[in-house]
Design a protein around this ligand. Structure first.
Ligand code: AP5
Length: 221
């Protein structure tokens, strides 16, 4: 199994679980949000455009993100496969991904939907902190760093993401969950979808996700 799509509402745990799956499969993580934030930090025209949408909690237009993400997917390190975190997020993106993979005689092998209720997500995101050097993910309640404000893995400072204020989080839920559910449906119809209950502690969710890679599509409880 090489190409695994992680699906979930904002804050569902995609960025937390991606390194665990990537380590198990020996493939890189391609995270659309990280690509866009890097472009925004670099001040490129793409980054400036993306930032306008991200700061309002809206999806970046399909044609922009499809171009950026499929370019990244073509890089040599992703030839062995990849964990796709945050892409596709609309049906248009899912179809574009299917088409690009098919041209290389590949396909999405598994799509894992991390299922968490919206109110839990809002709470999680208000407590999320991200390491400023490499984007490692923490939570003041469920996954705190050993030393307050410092990343356990690289010693850099932790910060709140600008789009994690409550108003933007709620906008992200309203704008992004309906198209996400269409993507979930797309992969259900393709016969590759696994649902995983994402309300459990992080380690329990990881176990379910690893199990989901080995079992037939369905629900892993
Ligand atoms: P992106 O960076 O992809 O953000 P997102 O999808 O909103 O996802 P998050 O990174 O917020 O959450 P996550 O699911 O990774 O959760 P995490 O593991 O951090 O995208 C940002 C923006 O870019 C979008 O809003 C959009 O504008 C744009 N964009 C990106 N991709 C796009 C696309 N394809 N098309 C168009 N626009 C696009 O966990 C959250 C918190 O919960 C953490 O604190 C974590 O420690 C904690 N946590 C995780 N799991 C658990 C658990 N099981 N129990 C308790 N706490 C937990």
């Amino acid at each position: 199994m090489t190409v695994v799509v992680l699906l979930g509402a904002p804050g569902a745990g995609k960025g937390t679980q991606a390194p665990i799956l990537a380590g198990a499969l020996g493939v890189p993580i391609l995270a659309s949000g990280d690509l866009l934030r890097a472009a925004a930090a670099a001040g490129t025209p793409l980054g400036r455009e993306a930032d306008r949408y991200m700061s309002r909690g809206q999806l970046v237009p399909d044609d922009t993100i499809v171009r950026v993400f499929l370019d990244r997917l073509e890089k040599p390190d992703a030839r062995v496969g990849a964990i796709l975190d945050g892409f596709p997020r609309t049906r248009v993106q899912a179809v574009a991904l299917d088409r690009a993979l098919a041209e290389a005689d590949r396909r999405v092998d598994r799509a894992i939907f991390i299922d968490v209720a919206v109110e839990d997500l809002v709470q999680r995101m208000s407590n999320r902190r991200i390491c400023t050097a490499n984007g490692h993910v923490y939570n003041l309640k469920s996954n705190p760093p050993v030393v307050e404000g410092i990343c356990d893995l690289d010693g850099s400072e932790l910060a709140q993401r600008p789009d994690d204020d409550e108003a933007t989080v709620r906008a992200r839920m309203t704008e992004q969950i309906p198209p996400l559910l269409e993507v979930v449906d797309h992969y259900r119809k393709a016969g590759v979808l696994q649902n995983v209950d994402g309300r459990e502690p992080i380690s329990a969710v990881s176990e379910r996700m690893l199990k989901a890679l080995e079992t037939a599509p369905g629900r892993v409880d």
